[in-house]
Design a protein. Structure first.
Ligand SMILES: Cc1ncc(COP(=O)(O)OP(=O)(O)O)c(N)n1
Ligand SMILES: Cc1nc(C(=O)O)sc1CCOP(=O)(O)O
Ligand SMILES: [Mg+2]
Length: 544
């Protein structure tokens, strides 16, 4: 069997030792320096660089016109992991979700030119390779890395695309084995690639993967990750990591989705990105695996292309912004017109579930909903929020979360409302990104000005009247409301003690940026939320 030939062949063992002695004699190869530093703080290496130096991965790979795999996946993965990514293109493929329709290999001297351009100038930390379609290109890469050493080399020995199309023929396999593997800090073959590198050794079980990892290590890479995603009959995705001494069996739940095109490229890029940040190898792999699992799960239902293998969404965004999600578009100040704010005690008092209360308010004419679930445990808050989001999305009404940025993020709410003693708006904005709605409570012109500077979308101003709903709340009155509105560059919603008897007076203070009223008890401390909301809506409509 080919495998036993490899194992018993002194040639391969000798080769490994030769490489190791080469490593110690070639101290200029920074790849080695990096890995040797892992236990005692690889991040020390980055400390020598300027504080402004951004971790940098260079990907040497093929272009995928469908942008699911290859260079395009590498760029997205590195961007998602917060790392700069430069690119050397080895081949241009005509490719989509159906398969690979064409391959145009770059001349090796132009691959060399690209490598020189980037490596001579840009302080690359880690090189990651993907499609290397000719032995000459492999040689060019080897030469460039000797001339311009980097801290780590991640080799994804791409040979066959997910669609089954050959991207690097059998003649390249020996180039990988003899030239690149001995230089690699980690190689990340899947089962088929591991088998090809091991002269066709049969790999059918997790136990085979252990053997393969050990045998591949004999070719010289410091670490081996054999990916078991293609193993049949496994509900888990099992990968075997071998660092030359210890094995780690890394398991994660297999995500059922057609959108797996580009996972191999992306995983290797994420590992490279984490290494570039200074992570030790095992942590880099674990983070990368978790990232890919999350991205696959998040985008398991997205539809791009008609073929059997779709791409996934590295930035975890497509699902939440897809047209089908029912999410309202950009913030519209007129949504503040009838702002319903929930209260768990009132719902309990009247025997209303939060979902029934929210549904009734929306059906009665509420234009925006805030979940203000004080003193509710986080799990229950999140569960309630997820249920209410479905209702709000269905009616295209925005749903905001009071105080809890974490809950808003976890349930992908449309935004948050924060007070002066909650998380400051600028931090909430940094966490939530540019699209989410952020409202902030303001009682003074100064606070209103700061809200504008910090990137809020609207302000809530109150208490316009005394209220029993919020303890020790300062009442600013209609005059205070007007003063804040006049000072505010943002739209304003009035809050505090407002109901059908006084809403009209509030709306008539005569300032154009007062867009509506926010109410709790006038809607929810009532037996019939639907009727009360309809009545308040009628009063407001009459007042404008
Ligand atoms: C629309 C709106 N305006 C003001 C508030 C009050 O927020 P805050 O001052 O943070 O007080 P709590 O609601 O957290 O008690 C609000 N919730 N909504
Ligand atoms: C949550 C809240 N914030 C206020 C502020 O002044 O910022 S007043 C308030 C309570 C509003 O409840 P009701 O409509 O039952 O008076
Ligand atoms: Mg608050």
């Amino acid at each position: 069997m080919a495998c036993s030939v490899v194992l018993s062949s002194p040639f391969y063992f000798c080769k490994n030792f030769t490489v190791l002695s080469l490593q110690s004699s070639n101290s200029s190869h920074r790849t080695r320096t990096f890995v040797a530093m892992q236990g005692d703080g690889a991040s020390a290496a980055t400390k020598n660089n300027s504080d402004l130096k951004i971790p940098h991965v260079l990907t040497v790979a093929g272009s995928d016109s469908g942008a699911g795999a290859g260079i395009q996946a590498d760029l997205k993965a590195c961007a998602a992991r917060g790392v700069y990514c430069s690119t050397v293109i080895t081949a241009v493929t005509a490719q989509n979700t159906v398969g690979v329709q064409g391959v145009n290999i770059m001349p090796e001297d132009f691959v060399a030119a690209q490598l020189k351009s980037v490596l001579s100038d840009m302080q690359v930390d880690v090189v990651k390779t993907g499609m290397l379609p000719s032995t000459d290109i492999v040689k060019v890469l080897h030469q460039s890395l000797r001339e311009f050493p980097v801290r780590a080399l991640v080799i994804d020995p791409v040979m066959v695309s997910t669609s089954g199309d050959v991207l690097a023929g059998p003649s390249i396999v020996s180039g990988f084995r003899d030239i690149l593997l001995p230089m690699a800090d980690i190689i990340t073959p899947n089962i088929k690639e591991a088998s090809a590198l091991l002269y066709g050794m049969q790999l059918a079980t997790v136990s085979d993967m252990y053997s393969a990892a050990k045998l591949l290590h004999c070719f010289g890479p410091r670490n081996v990750l054999v990916k078991g995603g293609d193993l049949p009959d496994s509900s888990d995705a099992v990968d075997i990591f071998f660092d030359g001494e210890n094995f780690h069996e890394l398991r994660s739940a297999r995500v059922k989705t057609r959108n797996t095109h580009g996972t191999g490229c992306s995983l290797a890029s994420c590992i490279a990105a984490e290494l570039a940040k200074g992570s030790p190898m095992l942590s880099a792999i674990k983070v990368a695996k978790r990232f890919i699992g999350t991205a696959l799960d998040y985008s398991k239902d997205i539809v791009v292309g008609n073929g059997p293998q779709g791409p996934f969404d590295h930035l975890l965004r497509l699902k939440s912004t897809s047209r089908n999600s029912g999410r309202p578009g950009a913030f519209n100040p007129s949504d503040l017109f009838l702002y319903a704010v929930t209260d768990p005690r009132m719902n309990k008092k009247w025997g209303h579930s939060i979902t029934d209360a929210v549904k009734a308010a929306i059906e009665g004419g509420a234009t925006i909903v805030q979940l203000r679930e004080k003193d509710v445990d986080t799990g229950s808050f999140l569960e309630a929020a997820r249920a209410c989001i479905e209702i709000c999305r269905h009616h295209r009404v925005p749903l905001l979360i009071n105080d809890r940025i974490d809950v808003a993020l976890a349930c992908d709410a449309d935004g948050v409302h924060v007070g002066q003693s909650d998380m400051p708006v600028r931090f909430a904005r940094a966490l939530l990104g540019p699209e989410k709605i952020i409202g902030v409570s303001c009682k003074t012109p100064e606070q209103a000005h700061q809200a504008w500077i910090d990137g809020a979308d609207y302000i809530g101003c109150g208490g316009v009247h005394p209220t029993n709903t919020k303890e020790n709340n300062l009442t600013v009155g209609l005059d205070g409301l007007k003063t804040v509105c006049l000072a505010s560059k943002l739209p304003v919603v009035a809050i505090g003690g407002i109901g059908i008897s006084n809403a009209s007076d509030v709306m008539k203070i005569g300032v154009p940026n007062l867009k509506g009223v926010a109410v709790v008890s006038a809607l929810f401390d009532r037996e019939c939320v639907l009727t009360e909301t309809k009545k308040l809506r009628a009063v407001l409509t009459e007042a404008i």
